[in-house]
Design a binder for this molecule. Structure first.
Ligand code: ADP
Ligand code: MG
Length: 267
């Protein structure tokens, strides 16, 4: 991994980039089903990691654990230098974290969902400024300035007053990306961001994500777009039945015979 990072960031050859978010030996069950069986993963500041793997292998669950939408049963999560250790707790609450801490940590790791998940009753701008105001306590004026900036960034500034129902899927997803960016997180998560889109809308969203990669955003994405993953990722992780079966540079993982079913051109 080091050599690929050095190749991508030649100015960083002397000091390894800081880790934005790290998971250590995460275990997650749903009832009897063990979905994550001890997953460890580090995303370095300014790098892009892509997760590939079959449907049901635990990719979404891993992402949801990384921003505490799901509570891991065991393991450790480090978000921006703050470590949280999970132990089984029959009460079901996240051990040692109160609501405020949870909100604060979640604000550092924001997610873009497959189905966009915009609030239908809020305008485009309303969607983008809601969390900065409610979670970070920004004034409406500050949040609006920030929101306009990020809507501009995804090419949606001219639709700021539209409601989601009047937008195409690609436009909704770009708004969802602006919403995630407006929290100015340490890590951006994308869970199959183009899977729900019409084919002709895929590229406009991939283009935005590629632009974010180029400007050095720290991102972790689940995708079935193999060419895209290979192009933008510093690190590729192949998840198989709740375990990381292979990880490393895209080149190394794509050559790994265990991943052949995912990376064959016809797949
Ligand atoms: P992927 O994103 O790789 O398709 P998921 O993380 O969504 O996989 O799911 C992994 C497994 O966990 C699947 O068998 C799925 O049915 C199960 N699962 C996911 N979420 C839940 C849930 N909330 N309750 C019960 N089972 C779940
Ligand atoms: Mg999924």
């Amino acid at each position: 991994m080091t050599s690929s990072l050095n190749a991508a960031f030649p100015d960083r050859t002397t000091t390894a980039p800081a880790v934005a978010v790290a998971a250590h030996q995460l275990i997650k069950h749903f009832g009897e089903l063990e979905v994550l069986k001890g997953v460890s993963l580090e995303v370095a500041e300014g790098t892009v990691t892509s997760i590939i793997g079959a449907s049901g292998s635990g990719k979404s669950t891993l992402l949801r654990c990384m921003n505490l939408l799901e509570r891991p049963d065991q393991g450790e999560l480090t978000i921006a230098d703050e470590a949280i250790r999970f132990t089984r707790n029959p009460e079901g609450d996240i051990t040692g974290l109160d609501r405020q801490q949870l909100q604060r940590l979640r604000a550092k790791v924001t997610m873009v969902f497959q189905q966009f998940n915009l609030w239908p009753h809020l305008t485009v701008l309303g969607n983008v400024i809601e969390a900065p105001m409610r979670v970070k306590g920004l004034s409406r004026r500050r949040a609006t300035a920030l929101g306009e900036h990020y809507l501009e960034r995804v090419g949606m500034a001219d639709r700021r007053d539209a409601y989601p129902a009047f937008l195409s899927g690609g436009q909704q997803q770009r708004v969802a990306i602006a919403r995630a960016l407006a929290m100015e997180p340490r890590l951006l998560l994308f869970d199959e961001p183009t899977s729900a889109l019409d084919p002709e809308r895929v590229n406009e969203v991939l283009g935005v994500i590629r632009g974010l990669a180029d400007e050095g955003r720290t991102m972790l994405l689940v995708t079935h777009e193999m060419h895209f993953a290979r192009e933008v990722s510093d690190q590729l992780v192949y998840l198989d039945q709740g375990l990381i079966a292979a990880s490393g540079t895209p080149e190394a993982v794509f050559e790994d015979p265990r991943c052949s079913q995912f990376v064959a051109p016809a797949a």
